[in-house]
Design a protein around this ligand. Structure first.
Ligand code: URA
Length: 223
């Protein structure tokens, strides 16, 4: 992204995204860190990883899927049972709904989007990943962020949203507004997990609001 013109700067103000949070600006946080490894090393490292106990029970590590030059990075919680079998994130019912959410704002998982999770191995019985498991997996996520250098991050679900914003706030308090991720302060928006929407369809209206914020950002700000 180049230098902001005044129109774009005004739009960002209206959207509540502090201008310094955008990459390529002269003031503000440091530029994104240089990648510590390339994609081949990253995928091999995740495949062999034994940094947490989940490696002993997983069928396959699930690094992520999508475009290595994505503008949008979607981060969920952890692979489910179907993802564990197939080695790809968000392929079960929740994944189909995520694809529909993306399609509603003109996106798809193969182009301009990369999808991953805070934890790359399936927790048994679909339990939430522990704080220790999330911390053990964090270097892989940071390496992915450094390689992709996304313009914006969408955190789906409470576990991802809390971990990426470093808070214990409830999803209702985290969604609907902008956050900044990491040293390079990548704009981040959080929303409900598609699995939650399958259980609580009325929450779709709030997710739609969040998706519109994201769509507007991608159209106006990160252009
Ligand atoms: N839920 C997640 O958070 N991630 C997946 O990959 C699948 C379901």
């Amino acid at each position: 992204m180049g230098v902001l013109d005044s129109r774009r700067r005004r739009l960002l103000d209206e959207m509540g995204v502090p201008v310094w949070r955008l990459r390529g600006q002269s003031q503000g946080p440091p530029a994104a860190r240089e990648p510590a490894m390339d994609w081949a090393a990253l995928l091999a490292g995740i495949g062999d990883c034994d940094r947490c106990p989940l490696h002993a029970t997983r069928q396959r590590a699930v690094p992520g899927v999508g475009d290595h030059d994505a503008r949008l990075l979607i981060i969920g919680e952890a692979p489910g049972a179907e993802e564990d079998r197939r080695g790809e994130p968000f392929v079960g019912r929740a994944g189909k709904l995520l694809d529909a959410m993306l399609a509603a704002i003109g996106l798809d998982r193969q182009q301009g989007v990369y999808i991953t999770n805070v934890v790359k191995s399936h927790p048994p019985q679909n339990r939430d990943p522990s704080a220790g498991e999330i911390a053990a997996c964090r270097p892989w996520l940071e390496a992915q962020v450094a390689l992709i250098r996304p313009a914006v991050i969408l955190a789906v679900g409470r576990v991802a949203a809390q971990s990426l914003t470093g808070t214990n706030a409830r999803m209702g308090a985290l969604r609907g507004r902008w956050h900044a991720y990491g040293e390079s302060a990548i704009p981040l928006i959080a929303t409900y997990h598609p699995a939650y929407l399958l259980r609580k369809p009325p929450a779709k209206a709030k997710v739609w609001e969040d998706l519109l914020l994201l769509k507007r950002f991608l159209r106006e700000a990160a252009g």
